[in-house]
Design a protein around this ligand. Structure first.
Ligand code: B3K
Ligand code: ZN
Length: 887
């Protein structure tokens, strides 16, 4: 028979809708897995103890198991092999049309970890076996009900060659191990906690442990183990200390204890994201575990601490209480990000922590809200769930939880969290279950609050103040509006907590009296209508409002401050976050004036007010050097772009560059004085004072070198050569490599590569520094680096370090008018579409952000997207590109 040739276009991948949720037709009580690990042909035998789910509406529904890229070898029901006619196998499913009500299903499949470049399911990284199952990777390991609301007890037997794979790990506790013929060995692991399969993990390889222990508040001793490649054993202390701090913190702050006898972290080099909270066996991107002061920066130390804590906190918010379906992802991610942010604030400066999170939110998350991929914190449909591990689900999701905690107050929030963990322990639940706990303990009606989960877009709040000198009142009028987003035209008013105060013109906080009620000097206004006014009484003179303190809601708030008002608030606002924000707004307004001048062909002239304000900041002995370093950051090009409906890439770059150089030249002596003041010859320490000193000193250095003064370049060279830690070495290298004259930079880059060639994480930094060079040769350098022997398209960290950093942090070079930046990215996306769809789908995002660009660039970007669209796309890319091109 002739092979039929299909003339039809391939079917569009299927969309999943929240409204279609149905409980599973079957439940799985117990799973027994048996792995025979071989790089190219691993055998997986699975025994599933299945029974019909009484909660499912159809008592005769077939059993439909998920499975992808599996070679099915056999199927048995209650020990009886099935004939091929008793089941159906398709590309994505194994179906038993008429299964018994309760039975044991045995399947045997063969998989090919060595050829798994998607890094989902079971794969090899640097020769070691590891897994990644969230969200839907378990179906690449065996046939299963791969959904988070099916919770089962897992027993895992792993067998492998003992020499090549001496370490065999899985979830829970090890219960048996032994030697086998032909140099093989095996280990059996039992996890007593029922869990969804996305939390399953397996590791097999030549790894080495750093061991410690932790005694919980109820006196149980827990073994702690971090498993790494031998050469990284000296880089584990910080992760271990961070883990112990996180364990203590969760006991003290949320009353949550760890529940197994062992907690393991494994570092792998090839990983699609930061880390994964598998029960008892976290698997981490090595960039989020390894930290040594010689090779990792202070920023990397911070990242390790917060990611270790984040994954640990998931043991309760995610593992013990999990999500009913993937639409509820923010239930675990938003809450856990909120918890890790609280933890970091308790370890470091709360104001600086807040500043850094908000800076990320209002550049990158706000940009997502304004893009074709905008979605609510709880999306209502998806094609590929991996596309929804976004800043909206994580960061905005955390803001939503933060607002809840502000609205009900911390003590009540803690009661609500206790109720949530107790009531839903061992269950898979929804966002409503969480919010209802908060409503129940606080007595508040949170119905309107729930809209934050379903409505996409960044709300805009316009604030206006009017002082009535006769009545001695100040009336604050707040108007809210959320702009339309794809598929959501009409928006409802939200419940927005606006934390605020009033400041006298002499710089004092004023008592707040609203409707005869006194609120101290700070209050949280509840804005819940499209427009609302609040009148403050008994004010002898016109106050200055200090609004949205601590960024109490993820909104864009505007108020017509004069630049002088902003300079005043920068000095006098009692709220640390708002002081910084006043400084940012002052710089932003000043930059916007320069941008207009540039667009009109006028000479650029920086307002002396900004120079004088910065001069004051730089004079004397800073009270808080870490905060000062934040105050000295000019708004990023991305944040400036956020302010415009039509973005002028070149004018923004020229204006910001000019402002940086002018400030650096005008304040050269001040920057130099502080640079020397904070340069010490003491050996590196992680201590807060030293960390702040490094940050401030390196900020000063970055200004000094933009003047191109020979003295400044010399200082950078000297620091580069003499540094005993990566923070200082990298800062100096960046200064040199980003200087207009590329000679000293190129020499330093070569020396650095010679010094660190054997450390892949340091080489990631080396790549990123070069691709973010702000000069026109950047794109050629990116091209050359893609050919560098240390670069690999197979390693997500390298892809992020070169292509991600170029497209995300070198805006004006990525957006070159000739479109070469777009073409370069498109080529990489096309290549990655074939090997790693998740990474391809992340990498393409900058190409979808063309809405606010000029028509010429818009056209070039769409061309690049259309070229990608010609390929046979993975569902991941299909979803993103299709959204972008219909917008
Ligand atoms: N839960 C994981 C993320 C999984 C991403 C899957 N594409 C890490 C975390 O948020 O803790
Ligand atoms: Zn998480």
């Amino acid at each position: 028979m002739n092979q039929a040739v299909s003339t039809q276009a391939p079917l569009a991948p299927q969309t999943v809708h929240l409204k279609d949720y149905q409980p599973p037709a079957f439940l799985i009580n117990q799973v027994e897995l048996n792995f025979k690990l071989e790089p190219s042909a691993t055998l997986v035998t699975s025994l599933l103890h299945l029974q019909r789910n009484p909660a499912h509406p159809d008592g005769r529904a077939p059993l439909v198991l998920d499975g992808q890229q599996l070679k099915l070898l056999s199927v048995e029901v209650d020990g009886q092999p099935l004939a091929a006619s008793d089941y159906q196998v398709t590309e994505n499913h194994l179906t038993l049309p008429q299964p018994p009500a309760e039975f044991v299903l045995q399947t045997q499949v063969e998989i090919d970890p060595a050829n798994n470049t998607a890094l989902e399911g079971l794969y090899l990284s640097s020769g070691n076996f590891c897994t990644q199952c969230e969200a839907e990777g378990f179906r690449r390991i065996t046939y299963y009900l791969d959904r988070p609301d099916v919770l089962a007890r897992f027993t895992t037997r792993i067998e492998a060659d003992k020499e090549a794979f001496p370490v065999l790990l899985s979830n829970g506790n090890p219960t048996e191990k032994g030697e086998l013929d032909k140099g093989k060995h095996y280990v059996i692991w039992e996890d007593p906690f029922p869990k969804p399969c996305y939390l399953f993990a397996l590791v097999g390889g030549d790894l080495h442990p750093v061991k410690d222990s932790y005694t919980t508040s109820s006196g149980r001793k827990v073994a702690l183990e971090i498993w790494v490649e031998k050469e990284n054993l000296h880089k584990c202390d910080h992760a271990l200390e961070s883990l112990k701090k996180a364990m203590r913190w969760d006991e003290d702050t949320y009353g949550r204890e760890y529940d197994l006898d062992i907690y393991m972290i494994v570092a792998v080099n090839d990983f699609n994201m930061g880390a994964m909270e598998n029960k008892g066996l976290n698997i981490f991107n090595s960039a989020c575990v390894l930290a040594d002061p010689k090779s990792e920066t202070d920023m990397a130390f911070h990242r390790v601490e917060s990611v270790v804590a984040h994954e640990y906190f998931h043991n309760w918010s995610g593992n013990r209480v999990t999500c009913r379906d993937w639409f509820q992802l923010s239930l675990k991610e938003g809450f856990t990000v909120f918890r890790d942010q609280q933890f970091s604030a308790d370890q470091h400066s709360p104001a600086v922590e807040r500043i850094q999170h908000v800076a990320l939110l209002r550049t990158a998350q706000f940009a997502e809200d304004a893009s074709p991929t905008a979605h609510p914190v709880r999306p209502d449909s998806y094609i590929e769930i991996n596309n929804f591990y976004t800043l909206t689900v994580y960061e905005k999701g955390s803001e939503v939880v933060r607002m809840l905690s502000e609205l009900v107050g911390w003590d009540t929030f803690r009661k609500g969290s206790d109720l949530y963990f107790e009531r839903f322990d061992g269950q898979a639940v929804t966002v409503e279950d969480f919010v209802n706990c908060m409503a129940e303990v606080s007595g508040l009606n949170l119905d309107q609050f729930l809209i934050w989960y379903s409505q996409a877009g960044t709300p805009q709040v316009k604030a206006e103040g009017r002082y009535d000198a006769e009545q001695k009142t100040f009336t604050l009028t707040l108007k809210q509006e959320t702009p339309p987003t794809p598929g959501q035209k009409d928006k409802q008013p939200l419940l927005i907590p606006i934390k605020m105060g009033l400041v006298s013109r002499t710089g004092h906080p004023l008592p707040l009296e609203i409707d005869g009620e006194f609120h101290g000097t700070e209050t949280v206004l509840q804005l819940n209508k499209a427009e609302q006014s609040f009148t403050f009484h008994h004010l002898e003179s016109e106050p200055l409002p200090s609004l949205l303190r601590g960024f109490s809601a993820p909104v864009k708030l505007s108020y017509a401050y004069s630049k002088e008002d902003l300079a005043f608030l920068l000095q006098h606002d009692p709220d640390g976050f708002n002081r910084w924000d006043a400084g940012q707004q002052l710089a932003l307004t000043t930059l916007q004036e320069l941008i207009s001048a540039q667009q009109q062909g006028q000479d650029l002239e920086l307002d002396p007010l900004l120079i004088n304000t910065w001069k004051q900041l730089l004079e004397g002995q800073p009270e808080d050097p870490l905060m000062l370093a934040e105050l000295l950051q000019l708004p990023s090009e991305a944040y400036i772009a956020e302010q415009y409906e039509c973005v002028d890439i070149d004018a923004i770059h020229i204006a910001r560059d000019y402002a940086r150089k002018t400030l650096a030249t005008a304040l050269y002596p001040e920057f130099l004085r502080l640079y020397h003041l904070y340069t010490s010859d003491q050996p590196w320490s992680a201590e807060a004072q030293q960390l702040a000193a490094r940050r401030l000193k390196n900020t000063c250095l970055s200004f000094l070198v933009v003047t191109d003064a020979a003295e400044a370049l010399q200082l950078a060279e000297q620091q580069f050569q003499q540094a005993d830690n990566m923070t200082d070495q990298q800062a100096a290298l960046t200064c040199l490599a980003h200087a207009e004259n590329n000679q000293p930079g190129d020499a330093a880059l070569q020396a650095f590569a010679r010094q660190w060639a054997r450390d892949p994480l340091v080489m990631d930094t080396w790549f990123s520094i070069q691709v973010t060079r702000p000069h026109p040769d950047a794109l050629d350098r990116v091209k050359a680096l893609l050919e560098h022997p240390a670069f690999s398209m197979k390693n997500p960290n390298k892809v992020r370090a070169v292509l991600g950093a170029f497209a995300g942090q070198n805006r004006h070079n990525f957006h070159r008018r000739d479109g070469a930046g777009y073409q370069l990215l498109a080529n990489a996306v096309i290549e990655l579409n074939k090997t790693n769809p998740q990474i391809a789908s992340r990498l393409v995002l900058p190409l979808t952000r063309f809405q606010k660009l000029d028509d010429f660039r818009k056209g070039k970007m769409k061309e690049a997207l259309e070229r990608i669209q010609q390929e046979k796309l993975s569902p991941d890319l299909y979803e993103v590109i299709q959204k972008a091109l219909v917008s």
